[in-house]
Design a protein around this ligand. Sequence first.
Ligand SMILES: Cc1cc2nc3c(=O)[nH]c(=O)nc-3n(C[C@H](O)[C@H](O)[C@H](O)COP(=O)(O)OP(=O)(O)OC[C@H]3O[C@@H](n4cnc5c(N)ncnc54)[C@H](O)[C@@H]3O)c2cc1C
Length: 394
Amino acid sequence: MSAGAYDVVIVGAGMVGACAAFALAGRGYRVAIVEAARPGESDDLSGAHYDLRVSAISPRSRDILEQLGIWQQLDDQRVCYYEQMVIWHQHGDSSIAFDAVDLARDNLGAIVENRQLQHVLRRACERETRIEWFMPDSIEALLENNAQGVEMRLGSGRCLTAGLLLAADGRNSPTRNLAGIIARAGQYRQTAFVANVDTEYPHRFTAWQRFLSTGPLAFLPLANGQCAVVWSCDDDLASQLVGFNDDEFCDALGEAFEFKLGRVKASSRRLSFPLGWHHCEHWLKGSVLLIGDAAHSVHPLAGQGVNLGFSDVETLARLIGERGESISQKKLRRYERQRKSETWLAGSSFGALKWIYGLDQKGVTAIRDLGMRVVDETPWFKRAIMEKAIQNIT
Ligand SMILES: Cc1cc2nc3c(=O)[nH]c(=O)nc-3n(C[C@H](O)[C@H](O)[C@H](O)COP(=O)(O)OP(=O)(O)OC[C@H]3O[C@@H](n4cnc5c(N)ncnc54)[C@H](O)[C@@H]3O)c2cc1C
């Protein structure tokens, strides 16, 4: 079978892999994308129904995508910019409200359908002459992997060589396993249900998050007036919700949300995702490098997973520079160091937040309540927290 030589091979054309391919091709690199899904599988943009998978995209990520010319290609009618964020807890009576005005910004972020963002990224890659696609295909074997480069055989039988192999193939990353990079992983013992719902009152362009002792519940505003719900539930509650019909689900959801937007009148079908975390001691082995969810996964309560992935892309592209400058191990190690410490911090803080908000004891409730009140009533502190969140830093 034929062999091809590339500067970079990227496995996985999810939002992060496709973004990396486009960013590196823009710097002159010859890139191959190997994607397991069939062409067109994620391309159904039609219609009134919004994708059930949406992401809260931070201003920092929007800047990254804007600089690549990607953000401008999104259908603005389907992007919902949110101006406020309100967080409160099931127990206690304090809340924290963040407002874009306090940061002298127009918004705190945007809710975008994953399908749309992925579609725009993939179309941009298809138009880029320096990118070649192998799809559907996957890596069957790594024939060689050392500091000088990699050689791999695909499921289709083709052999590819590259100076760098980027594993962007998601949380369970088969490429990470092939390279022998070990991931430490655990389960939150929670399931996230996602659905798009109609509420009695308008969402007011606000991202809402209520922490329940069984897990966080988010209502995110959509451009069509609906809310995208992400309800993370402990296993016991999750197994009850699975059996609920639509009316029962809407009632339970409204109650869990304290009817902040009135009744939940209707819900789309639901999807569910078991929630886990992982991080890797090493992100680089030979010339295989991890990026996006292949390198890290965090609880969706902070809406940071893909935002961290876009920061991975930005850091990598900046460090390796234009084609012609060598992709040295020194640069790759610097990427590994920078991104590992940042994402580790993110993962630990969200894990700690989830734990603190999950505690039910009376004393803890009082302290947490006090803490929330102090944050809410201390403008400089509130601004500092928010500035970090919108820059994808924790
Ligand atoms: C309920 C929920 C809500 C979330 N909300 C947010 C949010 O609001 N904001 C946010 O920033 N993040 C959020 N996240 C996290 C975010 O969805 C992920 O971080 C992001 O999708 C990761 O993108 P990725 O491209 O790294 O990986 P993936 O999206 O997993 O893409 C991996 C790609 O690799 C391909 N692939 C897999 N195996 C192979 C193989 N063997 N060979 C070739 N290709 C392969 C797949 O087909 C896919 O195209 C949420 C996650 C969940 C579960």
